[in-house]
Ligand binder design. Structure first.
Ligand SMILES: NC(=O)c1ccc[n+]([C@@H]2O[C@H](COP(=O)([O-])OP(=O)(O)OC[C@H]3O[C@@H](n4cnc5c(N)ncnc54)[C@H](O)[C@@H]3O)[C@@H](O)[C@H]2O)c1
Length: 455
């Protein structure tokens, strides 16, 4: 029977019946859960879904990723080979690059990218593509829960995803939004232990999503609507962006007064209430903090409001690589050296400690700026052996070897990422000049003397 043929009463009955069937399937772990987009967010989520006992379907549009996963290999080193092997060896897990694999799914969790376009406006093409893929495989006779996890502005699930799925005319379709709060490399919190926000498009969508996630993660927090959950995720990243910008600006102001921002933060952070410490750095990176706030500001502008904090934080953070390169120039000049022709070694290409993720990493901006001034730049990163073409940069570089000779051969060593892999004592012993953007050399100030510049 076509879904449009139902009367309003029949629609309500069909919806109640579909909700009951899907709810029972979730409770019995018989619900087949598909995860679309197996990246930083989707891959650990797929593993969590599978280990909760659900038959799981992992779909990614990149066939190379699926091939590697099927061989039990990972392309995200911080997750470890065990996770990939576990997925490959689990007979209840299907891995596919073909959207046809979505056919049998009873629930679909969408974890595709949400970048900004060339005008720095939301680019929802991957979300729209995923929603169309689900719609193309939709069997209206069967209940289906679709939950969007990609970070986006409030209103996306209702105004963008629901129409593509023809949700209003489909009584057996349930929709919700549940933002991912993954923090790659964080050893204290995992996909399972981070509380999960859930907001439904209606009561039934929210209830079913809550029931499913409660079987996968330790704690589910129900939001009054999908929009509240969407906005909450944006607010979390705006909060980080604004506070990072604040300490970055304070770093510059305090340095001008002859004060070390890290010493000041150390002191301020002893206050047991009303203060949360953020640390300055060479800028900001990753797929979230530099991007998500602009999803909210874009939406606010459409509501007639200018979000000045968001814009200002973006400006301050984006200006940081320029400030750091200025300190490098001053440090070199203190040794009678010009930046043109100076050999600079950048330590750390990833945007943060102990991961291989280079998306939006300020290290790329640092290298590009130093090169534009004529410096000869190399980099070392234990997690990033070579660069690949990115959204804005294609540096075509390879990590140099880690050795005392490399450290001493360069005129300046610029610490951009404080991977715990690094031997900071070796840096203190062998580098002629050090610019430290992470306070990685703390405790070694006396050994380094005037070779150490903080930026
Ligand atoms: N990386 C993080 O730390 C993090 C944290 C919280 C939230 N998020 C949000 O989660 C979302 C995903 O981010 P990510 O870091 O996992 O991205 P990612 O680029 O690592 O992974 C996304 C994957 O989706 C695949 N894909 C794209 N379109 C597809 C389609 N139509 N069907 C199937 N697969 C498709 C891509 O090939 C890629 O493998 C984004 O909205 C991001 O803002 C990311």
């Amino acid at each position: 029977m076509g879904r449009y043929a139902l009367s309003v009463t029949d629609q309500a009955a069909a919806r109640a019946d579909a909700e009951a069937r899907l709810g029972s399937a979730i409770d019995a772990r018989a619900c087949r859960v598909a995860v679309m987009g197996l990246g930083y967010v989707g891959l650990p989520l797929l593993a969590a879904v599978a280990s909760a006992g659900f038959p799981a379907i992992g779909v990614d549009s990149d066939p190379a990723k699926i091939e590697r996963l099927r061989r039990g290999e990972t392309y995200l080193p911080h997750l470890g080979e065990r996770l990939a092997r576990g997925l490959a060896e689990n007979p209840r897990v299907t891995l596919s690059a073909d959207r046809a694999a979505l056919g049998p799914a009873d629930a679909v969790l969408i974890c595709v990218p949400t970048p900004l376009d060339a005008r720095r406006e939301p680019d929802l093409s991957a979300v729209e593509g995923a929603a169309r893929d689900v719609a193309a495989r939709r069997d209206p006779a069967r209940p289906l829960l679709v939950c969007l996890e990609s970070t986006t502005y409030p209103g996306t699930t209702r105004d963008v995803v629901a129409p593509l799925l023809d949700a209003a005319a489909d009584p057996r379709l349930f929709l919700a939004f549940s933002p991912e709060r993954e923090d790659p490399g964080n050893r204290r919190f995992t996909t399972r232990s981070i509380p999960k926000l859930v907001g439904g498009l209606d009561r039934a969508g929210g209830d079913l999503a809550e029931r499913l996630y409660a079987a996968v993660v330790e704690r589910v927090v129900r939001c009054p609507s999908a929009e509240v959950a969407e906005a909450a995720k944006c607010v979390e990243n705006v909060y980080r962006s604004v506070n990072i910008a604040l300490v970055n600006e304070l770093k510059i102001a305090l340095a001008a007064m002859g004060l070390d921002v890290w010493e000041v933060l150390e002191a301020a952070a002893t206050k047991p209430f009303g203060f949360q410490r953020f640390d300055p750095g060479p800028g900001f990176g990753g797929h979230c903090v530099p991007i998500d706030p602009f999803y909210l500001s874009w939406r606010a502008e459409r509501a007639g409001v200018r979000t000045r904090f968001i814009e200002l934080a973006g400006e301050v953070n984006h200006a940081m690589p320029g400030y750091v390169v200025g300190v490098c120039e001053r440090a070199l000049a203190s040794r009678g050296k010009r930046t043109r022709g100076a050999r600079v070694l950048v330590l750390g290409l990833a945007y943060k400690r102990d991961i291989a993720d280079v998306r939006e990493s300020p290290s790329f901006e640092l290298i590009a700026l130093l090169r534009s001034l004529g410096a000869e730049v190399s980099y070392h990163d234990p997690h990033v052996p070579r660069t690949h073409a990115g959204r804005r940069h294609d540096l075509r570089m390879q990590s140099v070897a880690w050795s005392a000779e490399e450290l001493s051969r360069h005129d300046l060593v610029l610490i951009a990422t404080d991977h715990s892999w690094y031997d900071w004592d070796a840096v203190a012993r062998h580098a002629g000049l050090i610019v430290d953007t992470r306070n990685a050399m703390r405790g070694r100030e006396a050994v380094c003397g005037d070779r150490l510049w903080k930026a």
